[in-house]
Design a protein around this ligand. Structure first.
Ligand SMILES: [Cu+2]
Length: 399
């Protein structure tokens, strides 16, 4: 390994030892600066053209170019949450092959709930990152670019210079995939600075459902900001056929303000270190998988869920009103499943595969059964089963 690589690994190892206090002040200052910029943008939006023309200081020029790019609600994206049905179809081939996966990183201000905004760090613009699907024996090439390749224009206008990236704690991003057998899960080969791209290859040797995440210093902060996803390594014979597959990841989020506090919320490293999240979220935001975006299936359909914990706190995953016909614990899809399970723990950095058949129509709730997380802190999603009533299975009794 070259000297830079050694230093990088050392800095990864030491990343956790840096002081939380100065970071806290830094993040607060960033939030204040952000809020000031947003207020400025709002003020300038209400100006007339003449007023703008008279306003000629350098700062204003910068603000103007930003406000031209940005939309009315001052978000980088209207939707940070990945849909639960956003995953590739089952693999249908009997031979291993080379597979290429293109990823990029981004820092995006988005709504965590109505009126609450947060700067997420994400793979391919959504939380969780893309669902990667390969077959045992595949040679997998991961390409990772720091920065949205389609966003060069936006990047040039944004307030993030390279120095500011470094000050903000994301001078590098990277990836560690738990499916990789090799040092760091790929992370030592994949530390990517702003504007750079790197690639590495691994052989997918062990079937399973795995988590991947960023592993650049300070690693827990990168993960807490949303940098995680899942990779499925299908067994050579493939998975059994089902009618619906869904991709759900629980994450804990650490905002400076309490749950529900309006406005832009800075990341609180103090709360991360204290293991005191304000939010527990499925797929990136409050309500990400509810209403229009609920998981949907029909009576009689076989459902498969891939559920993982991206960030730091173990989930007690449960579906109110359902029993897991089959549970593949701890990502071990090559083992026989447990049958008829009510709730399963999913460790931080782990995932499970759940299969069951929808039998009774209605609304089911996906929760963390540490229920304040579901009721008061966001860990709630909906599964809607449509179809005819099944009175022999479930229904009221007339008195
Ligand atoms: Cu990162």
């Amino acid at each position: 390994m070259n000297k830079t690589g050694s230093l990088l690994l050392l800095s990864i190892a030491l990343g956790g030892a840096t002081s939380g206090c100065s970071d806290e002040a830094k993040y607060k200052a960033m939030a204040e600066k952000y809020n000031a910029v947003q207020a400025d943008k709002t003020r300038h939006k209400s100006m007339t053209v003449e007023q703008m023309a008279q306003h000629i200081d350098g700062d204003m020029q910068h603000t103007l170019s930003m406000s031209v790019d940005s939309d009315a609600h001052q978000l980088d994206t209207d939707e940070i949450g990945r849909n639960a049905d956003d995953l590739p179809p089952p693999i249908n081939r009997s031979q291993a092959q080379r597979v290429t996966v293109d990823l990029y990183t981004d820092e995006l201000v988005a709504e965590m709930m109505p009126g609450v905004t947060y700067q997420y760090w994400a793979y391919n613009g959504k939380v969780p990152g893309p669902f990667i699907r390969v077959r045992t024996g595949d040679s997998v090439q991961i390409n990772l670019r720091h920065g949205n390749p389609a966003g060069a224009e936006k990047q040039a206008h944004s307030e993030h210079s390279a120095a500011q990236h470094a000050a903000a704690g994301h001078s590098a991003h990277s990836i560690d995939l738990h499916a990789v057998v090799g040092p760091g899960g790929g992370a030592p080969l994949m530390q990517v600075a702003q504007g750079e791209a790197k690639s590495f290859r691994f052989k997918a040797m062990r079937p399973g459902i795995y988590v991947y995440h960023c592993a650049s210093p300070h690693v827990p902060s990168h993960i807490a900001n949303g940098m995680y996803g899942m990779i499925l390594v299908e067994p050579p014979e493939g998975l059994s056929q089902v009618d619906r597959e869904f991709y759900v990841m629980q994450g804990d989020f650490y905002t400076s303000g309490k749950y529900g506090e309006k406005g832009f919320q800075a990341f609180s490293k103090d709360k991360l270190l204290a293991e005191h999240p304000e939010y527990f979220l499925f797929n990136g935001r409050v309500g990400s998988l509810s209403g229009e975006r609920a998981l949907k299936a029909k009576v009689g359909e076989k459902i498969r869920l891939f559920v993982g914990v991206g960030s730091h706190i173990t989930s007690n995953f449960h579906i109110i009103g359902a029993v897991f016909d089959k549970l593949y614990k701890d990502g071990a899809i090559a083992n026989p499943p447990l049958n008829n399970v009510q709730t399963t723990t999913i460790a931080a950095g782990s995932a499970v595969m759940i299969e069951f058949t929808a039998e009774v129509p209605g609304k089911y709730l996906l929760v963390d059964h540490n229920l304040t997380r579901a009721i008061d802190k966001g860990a709630l999603a909906e599964l809607i089963i449509e179809g005819p009533e099944q009175p022999e299975l479930y229904g009221p009794v007339a008195n």
